[in-house]
Structures are given as C-alpha cells and as structure tokens.
Design a binder for this molecule. Sequence first.
Ligand SMILES: *Cc1c(COP(=O)(O)O)cnc(C)c1O
Length: 385
Amino acid sequence: MLIRSQLEHALAGLSQRALRRKRHVRTTPVLPECIVDGKTYLNFASNDYLGLANHPEVIMAFQRAANTYGVGSGASHVVSGHTMVHHALEEDLAGFLGYPRVLVFSTGYMANVGVITALARHIKVIFQDKRNHASLIDGSRLAHRPLERYRHSSMSDLSRRLANYSTQMGLVVSDGVFSVEGDLAPLPELSQTTHQAGKLLMVDDAHGVGVLGEKGQGSLSYFQLPACAVDILVGTFGKAFGTFGAFVAADEVIIETLLQFSRSYTYTTALPPAIAAATAVSLQLLQTETWRRHHLRALIAYFQAGAASLGLAYTPSITAIQCIEIGDPAKALDRGERLAAQGIRVAVMRPPTTMPHHSSLRITLTAAHQKRQVDRLLECLVQGN
Ligand SMILES: *Cc1c(COP(=O)(O)O)cnc(C)c1O
C-alpha cells in the first residue's frame, strides 16, 4: 500500500537526520539510580525536581485513597468524577498560590489546550514566546486565532506586535521557566507590557512551581510579584510534585469559564482521586520540607561551579534544568549515547522540541541527588567533551 511505504520513508528520514525518538524500558522507580534496559545508570533525566515521587508519605496517601475510592474516578469532573479529594486539593492550591480559585486538569497538556481554546471565543489574537512549550502552541492551533510568536523573552518584539493589535482583545502566553534551557521569562516586564496593552497574561510555570520562591510558589514568588501580575497561572503535578496532573489558577470568572467551555476539561475522565490525594500531600511536603529546595539549589550551584572550572559551556540557569548546547542533532545524540555508555542518563533535546541547529543535552538535578553523583556527571561530561 502506498500509504505504508510513505510512512516508512518518513520514518527512515527521521533516523537519517538523527531525529528519531526511542524509548528505553526502566524497571526501577524514578530515583537518582535507576535500571534501564537491564543496565544501572545515574539518572539526570527526570523532572521529579524535589524527589517527592517516592516519598513514603506521598505513596501512603495514594494507597489510602485507593483503598477508599478505588482506582478510576469513573467519569469526568462535570458528571460524577469530582470527589472531595479533588475539591480539597483545589482549595489548598488556591490558598498556597494566593489565587481566588483553582481547577485541576488531568494533564498539563490538556490544561494549556483547554485554557486557550476556552478563551478563544472572546479573544482576537494570541501572542506567544517562540520557545513556549508545544502544548501552548497546540492550544493556539486549536483556537483558530492569529498567532504572533515573539522573539524569545524579547519585550521589545512583543511590544511591537502588541501595538499592531491595540484595540483587540488578546492573550499573551509564556512559559515561566523555559523547559529546555531552564531560563526564566522576564515576568515583571512581561506582566507590565501585557497589562499596559490591555491584554490578558497566561503563564505556564510547570518547571517553576515547587522549585522557585521561598515556599515553592514558583516564578511569581521568585520575582516577588502578587498573583494579579499573572491572570492565568498553569502548573503541573508531574514535575516538582512528583505525581501526575495539572492545575490552572485564576479568578472566579476565568475558572468558571474554563469549567463551562474547556473541552479538554469536560470531555475527559477526572484524575484518579488517589493521585489527587497524593498530590495534596506533596503540596504540604513542598512547603514543610524546605531542605529539598535548599539542597537542590546547592546542587545547582555545585554543578555550575564545577562545569565552569572544567571549561564546560553550559547555559546559565538558576533552575533544576541545566542545558549544554551542542547544535547538530547527530552530535547531540552521540554525546548522549557516550554518556549512557558511561552510565549517565540525560535527555537529548532535538528538533522539533528545539529550534533547528540548537540540539542540546538537558540535565536535570533533583533534591534526591547527592554531590558525589554530580561529581561523576561532571567527570563524564569532561571526558566526552
Ligand atoms: C511538562 C510540561 C507540560 C505538560 O504537562 P503534562 O502534565 O506532562 O501534560 C506543559 N508545559 C510545560 C512547560 C511542561 O514542561
């Protein structure tokens, strides 16, 4: 059949350009030491930034809720899937983040698509940072509205584009912490520029919440900004919370609009209650076990000092994401494979996740790592350099 040979041709093209993705089978929990395809590795490729995915209290909360509620939630939130556990989690998050209301979504991808499409009926244009997460871009595609992609973190480019739509309702969208390089959006300027232009601001802080700020409230807290600086804040539970799912924080009218009009909220099964219960415990722990954030910060500084003294070219980032830019995808893949041969797992980022010619190694540090493991990482990075 013609279609099959075309598909095969496209797949072969990916392999040829070193862009084909492969999966590896892990047989141990998400911990700094893991077994993948039968071999032991140091894992620098997980987003479990605070090491909560295996916290005994989080696991116990999950087990207890599963005993009480069973496994599946049975239906979407608007039918019969919404439990007291979900409801309490939303209220806890609203208090933690200082927003009037929070809505829990089944994944971050769906939260981003859901917010943008639900608002689209009232919005004429969407502005997005060029390096925004794919789920935000996909939200815009489904929204059928003009998309203005401004230069990465360039407030002058954003301003110039905003000026072309001065009378239209618009939404400005940015990652809080960019997911490949770990750099922060210039949130104070972004908020001011957006609001001066009379537009709404949506920030996806998937990599900021839990990690940044004294109590882990994320990018806003890092910049000491009030909640009103960002109209719509998205966060995910699959990263620093160590669980699964996502949330949107906003005011009453926006959250109620999402509840009514987000198809990715309405037409999907609610998160299992046990996941919500585990996440509620993670939310407590990320506030009380402050040592996790402190230890992570110390490891970040330790890695950077080590990398600098060894002459490794890394992209400076104050977050758990540390990026070493390589450029060519085949070279990046080769570096990743050589690290794997030395027992180190990092993520190899290639197009379409990155811009063309910006392939990189994405190294993530977590509160579960130890200094000696970072030493080993640096040793192997230098050998492969
Ligand atoms: C991981 C991530 C998402 C998607 O969240 P999931 O819950 O994994 O679907 C969205 N945005 C950003 C910036 C992310 O890093």
